[in-house]
Design a protein around this ligand. Structure first.
Ligand SMILES: [Zn+2]
Length: 246
């Protein structure tokens, strides 16, 4: 990082990320210190290159300062870390999801209560959350799959997540654990994590009432098509002077 503008941009990106992390708490979808948020952040010089910023491990969001976030290179194995604190233990899932979805810039992982509860149910582990409600399509798929169980923080968990995220899917449950969601920006990743939690709450209620009817593939296809207009880039992204932040 050699110029003042890029320094300022990264500080702004760090502040934006902390702002979204704090809103997880306000929205009630974070549980303790379990949630974590990341943002694609490429550094312009060749040594640093493509990467992401992520919340550190074990620090309450209220106490986060911009310098506490950790930068991780995106394409190296093992990656390069830049930060004074330890990155979130789930950095692998964040990195691998950003690698797998080049159109996405942000990832949110939480242990939101209904999504986590459903992730413990054998039926949901097998079938995921099916198309019982049209908003399931906000995940860019016809169902929200559930990744097989693997230990938190492990490479195997990240592999299980990638297996569950078929085609264009941007969200999945993680068995006996929680949920992960990606988006084109911080706000949309957060909105999807929030939507999955709302759907998990509704689906739990439907299961308690005997089980919902499921929308046909054709019906869901029509929903995806109708969503296309809503998925056009927002004006501020198109303007893009600090595209990383939007
Ligand atoms: Zn977790």
């Amino acid at each position: 990082m050699k110029s003042t503008p890029s320094m300022l941009s990264e500080v702004q990106a760090r502040q934006a990320l902390i702002g979204q992390a704090l809103s997880l708490n306000r929205l009630g979808i974070n549980h303790g210190k379990s949630g974590n948020v990341s943002l694609r952040w490429d550094r312009s010089n060749k040594v640093q290159g493509e990467g992401l910023l992520i919340t550190p491990s074990g620090l309450a969001y209220e106490n986060l300062e911009p310098q506490d976030l950790v930068w991780i290179s995106l394409q190296d194995d093992p990656p390069r870390f830049d930060g004074d604190l330890k990155a979130s233990s789930e950095w692998r899932m964040h990195r691998d999801l950003l690698r797998a979805r080049p159109e996405c810039r942000a990832v949110v992982h939480t242990h939101s209560l209904y999504a986590s509860a459903l992730s413990c149910m054998p039926k949901v582990q097998q079938e995921g959350i099916p198309a019982f409600h049209y908003m399931v399509a906000t995940s860019h798929a016809n169902r929200i799959a559930c990744a097989r169980y693997a230990r938190f923080g492990s490479e195997d968990l990240s592999q299980a997540m990638l297996e569950a995220l078929q085609a264009h899917a941007r969200a999945c449950l993680l068995a006996h654990h929680g949920v992960i969601a990606a988006g084109e920006d911080l706000a949309s990743a957060l909105a999807l994590a929030q939507e999955v939690e709302a759907l998990a709450m509704m689906y739990s209620q439907c299961l308690a009432l005997g089980g919902p009817a499921i929308l046909s593939e054709q019906a869901m296809q029509a929903v995806h098509q109708a969503f296309v207009g809503y998925r056009n880039p927002a004006p501020e992204i198109q303007a893009g002077t600090t595209g990383h932040l939007t």
